[in-house]
Write a protein that binds this ligand. Structure first.
Ligand code: NAI
Length: 341
């Protein structure tokens, strides 16, 4: 049997947490042969609910689940963790200023970054057979900027190990194309989400393809409706989160949890040959995106390392949209840093 991997899920008593932890315990994230230990963190007001989640995990008798720690202690939760999925955060409530929400989340991510930093610092010699060092996925909004704050205050974690979730947006884009063309979603690939996980994100289909009986075709050629692709398709993906809230009176949870599993699985186990996925990663300046932002790019992964797909042609339409979402991230970053002082 393989070595167990310890996975931290913060905000584990919340909606996404409730959908996510059984997926991890069933092996949907790391494969059917990889035992897991779950560390579940939430805050004091949710402690009882968190314990209920732990009880259900025990009751589900998952063969791969080798242990559950449910705690409200950040240091205990972060100790000896291989993979950290950060879902806990302060939600925006009606009438709240953007700055107030940002300020709450900045202080949460500053504190949790320090806890992760110290546990790694203390265990820098430890070595997991699957992953040499902790990897982090930021789900809680504002996800890209929270990831940046976490990076800032966890200097022992290499910047390449800190990412944010745009896989849900990526999967939504695949879903829209699949519905439009009436093809199976697994035959559609290589859409791109550029930028922020927000309504300024740019879902780009210029390089996306579909496998058909007659070989691989470009989505643009098959859809044959540039107007739809340049307008309704983009806004549907950008505003899908709001549409789900309207329909469910709750925000997306099962699809968000599933996307988080996809993100970690592809990162750790690798993307299939010829396929890329979207991840929020620390910009190195590729495609003229300002360095020092966590920005969603197309990436391929191998053996736990991601790399940005290079050399894609960017037309003027795309350039403007990629710049607009970068602008928003620059503003968010400035707002976040202003909350630090
Ligand atoms: P939720 O409100 O149901 O759950 C959040 C949980 O986090 C709660 O149990 C809360 O007690 C906990 N929490 C709050 N502060 C915490 C802290 N300091 N440490 C640990 N836990 C803490 O929310 P839901 O629906 O599960 O969403 C979670 C986050 O994910 C939200 O920020 C949401 O905006 C974001 N999200 C991101 C998506 C993405 O694609 N990046 C998609 C969908 C949601």
């Amino acid at each position: 049997e393989e070595d167990p991997v310890t996975v931290l899920v913060t905000g584990a008593a919340g909606q996404i947490g409730y959908a996510l932890v059984p997926m991890i315990a069933r092996g949907e994230m790391l494969g059917p042969n990889r035992p897991v230990i779950l560390h579940l963190l939430d805050i004091e007001p949710a402690a009882e609910a968190l314990n209920g989640v732990k009880m259900e995990l025990i009751d589900a008798a998952f063969p791969l689940l080798k242990g559950v720690v449910a705690t409200t202690n950040v240091v205990e939760a972060c100790t000896d963790v291989d993979i950290a999925i950060m879902v806990g955060g302060f939600p925006r409530k009606d009438g709240m200023e953007r700055k107030d929400v940002m300020s709450k989340n900045v202080s949460i991510y500053k504190a949790q970054a320090s806890a992760l930093h110290y546990t790694i610092d203390g265990f820098s010699q430890r070595f997991s057979l699957l992953l040499p060092l902790l990897i982090v996925l930021l789900v809680a909004n504002p996800a890209n900027t929270n990831a940046l704050i976490l990076k800032e205050f966890a200097p022992s974690i290499p910047e390449d190990n800190i990412t944010s979730l745009t896989r849900l947006d990526h999967n939504r884009a695949l879903g829209q194309i699949s519905e439009k063309l009436n093809v199976h979603v697994s035959d559609v690939k290589n859409v791109i989400i550029w930028g922020n996980h927000s309504s300024t994100q740019y879902p780009d289909v210029n390089h996306a393809t579909v496998s058909t009986d007659k070989g691989t075709k470009y989505v643009r050629e098959l859809v044959n409706n540039d107007h739809w692709l340049n307008t309704e398709f983009i806004t549907t993906v950008q505003q899908r989160g709001a549409a789900i809230i309207k329909a469910r009176k709750l925000s997306s949870a099962l699809s968000a949890a599933s996307a988080a599993c996809d993100h970690i699985r592809d990162w750790v186990l690798g993307t299939p040959k010829g396929t890329w996925v979207s991840m929020g990663v620390y910009s190195d300046g590729s495609y003229g995106v300002p360095p020092g932002l966590i920005y969603s790019f197309p990436v391929t992964c191998e053996k736990g390392e991601w790399s940005i797909v290079q050399g894609l042609k960017i037309d003027e339409f795309s350039r403007a949209k990629m710049d607009a979402t970068a602008e928003e991230l620059i503003e968010e970053k400035a707002l976040a840093y202003s909350c630090l002082h």
